[in-house]
Ligand binder design. Sequence first.
Ligand code: CAA
Length: 376
Amino acid sequence: MNLTFTQEQEMMRKMVRDFATAEIAPFIENMEKGEFPREIIRKMGELGLMGIPVPEKYGGAEMDFTSYIIAIHELSKVSATVGVILSVHTSVCTNPILYFGSEEQKQKYVPKLASGEYLGAFCLTEASSGSDAASLKSRAVRKADHYVINGSKVFITNGGEADVYIVFASTNPELGSKGISAFIVEKGMPGLVIGKDEKKMGLHGSRTVQLTFEDMMVPVENLLGQEGAGFKIAMANLEVGRIGIATQALGIAEAALEAAIAYAKERRQFGKPIASQQGVGFKLADMATSVEAAKLLIYRAADLRTNGLKCGMEASMAKLFASRTAVEVATEAIQVFGGYGYTEDYPVERYFRDAKITEIYEGTSEIQRIVVSKHL
Ligand code: CAA
């Protein structure tokens, strides 16, 4: 694998880094108070960031998958909230339409998603069906030219703010995972009820809601793929989505590492900077080594994807390792900062709070181990 990035990819990195520093960093305080970064998303749309891997004919930037991962990486270093908004929007809302949608569906939805006019969400998880995604209870019944969907979803990232939702519901419960179908649902469709906005430990600027479908009427032309193909659509897109979440974790870990190094060089105890004392120096060395390893796993998985090769196992390995790294490195960064790290005066407590969810959503670490072990 060649880990030298192309000129185009380096330009993407610089552009996103500059954007994140200039536009996102000043808005972090607002996001920490719960404000959704609507204006930032609009500007990202203008820069082409909301449709990086989308073909030009559907209004996208038509760049490779690695460039998309570079964007999530740089965004997440500044704000994990913005990182997850982009990852969910692209990996598990735009991509399913792009890969499994009819030509009409692609033309209707993808250009608006790629420009950022529409924001996307993915609705799989239910109150009693998390890791066991195939056990979902939402039900879709065909009535003439509509499906009538009843049920509810929980922990929907971008929910409420999103304009397009990929919704999974069973059209034939007797068939288990093979009875699950996917639907493209628009915000205004009758029967879609936006519920409780979760109060979370971290990612305060990202919206996570419950959704209820009360006789929600979805036109038959909004069935995505064939009836019964929904579970495979969910899995295939989650597989790739997991590289995005791994990258979000990497961004958090790298930000925590950089903050810890800067502080350790500045902070003096026992007559010298704490960075030059072995207890702290070794800690920083371990943190940096883990971050580097996570980076290699992620860019390796991204490279496979960019080249159209299978990446399911590598994506799960990357997510498993990078999310653990984010939690460990953020924890150690607080340790380096000592008492100051526990206060809101420094960003490391935010990294710590934002890191934990990367071990949970888009498949817990335990689920990633199941996926990896099945491949083995
Ligand atoms: N691509 C295509 N098809 C796949 C696939 C993939 N990656 N993985 C599985 N399938 C297919 C299988 O081939 C099988 O079909 P066949 O019988 O025709 O071969 C079918 O799907 C069922 O597969 P399994 O028997 O392996 O399914 P399972 O019920 O044992 O579940 C699982 C497998 C990996 C545990 C899965 O349930 C899973 O990934 N669970 C975690 C759910 C998850 O990640 N949720 C995230 C929610 S979204 C989110 O978090 C977004 C956010 O907010 C950030």
